[in-house]
Design a protein around this ligand. Structure first.
Ligand code: SF4
Length: 141
């Protein structure tokens, strides 16, 4: 088995608000790209909002949950609150200095900024997330 997969935070769950603004779509695009790059997996925040038991339980069990909201309205955070899912790492893109607008033609440098912030949100707390004995969903299990 390759050791590489164990270094890529395969058990990290990324919840993006995916809202209808540049910030919501930046959150979404960052989650998509990080998933493609092997840094965690994007997860359906709408399914948690719909209180679908499988999704809610998976989020509750996650030890590497990153919630990414575009702005201070905090929709993804509130969805977690309503479903009694504890907030773990949390990123608000507006706090990164990106102004909210309705232009969904994303700026690549801003996508990279968001991806870096999402990764930074886990620093110091996620070093063993991919190697939980007996319950890993990754190839390390
Ligand atoms: S947090 Fe802001 S950008 Fe995201 S869905 Fe809510 S209002 Fe839209």
């Amino acid at each position: 088995m390759s050791d590489e997969c164990c270094t890529k935070n395969q058990d990290v769950m990324i919840l993006a608000c995916s809202g209808a603004s540049n910030l919501g779509q930046l959150a979404n695009q960052a989650a998509v790209e990080l998933t493609r790059e092997g840094f965690g997996k994007m997860f359906c925040v709408a399914a948690i909002g719909a209180h679908l038991p499988t999704f809610v339980e998976a989020a509750k069990k996650s030890e590497g949950l990153i919630t990414v909201d575009g702005c201070a309205v905090g929709c993804a955070r509130k969805i977690l609150e309503h479903a009694d899912v504890p907030l773990q790492a949390y990123v608000v893109l507006y706090d990164l200095g990106i102004e909210k607008n309705s232009n969904t033609n994303l700026i690549p440098s801003e996508v990279e900024k968001v991806k870096a912030a999402v990764k930074d949100s886990l620093k110091g707390r996620m070093t063993t997330v991919s190697v939980h004995a007996g319950k890993s969903r990754s190839c390390c299990g």
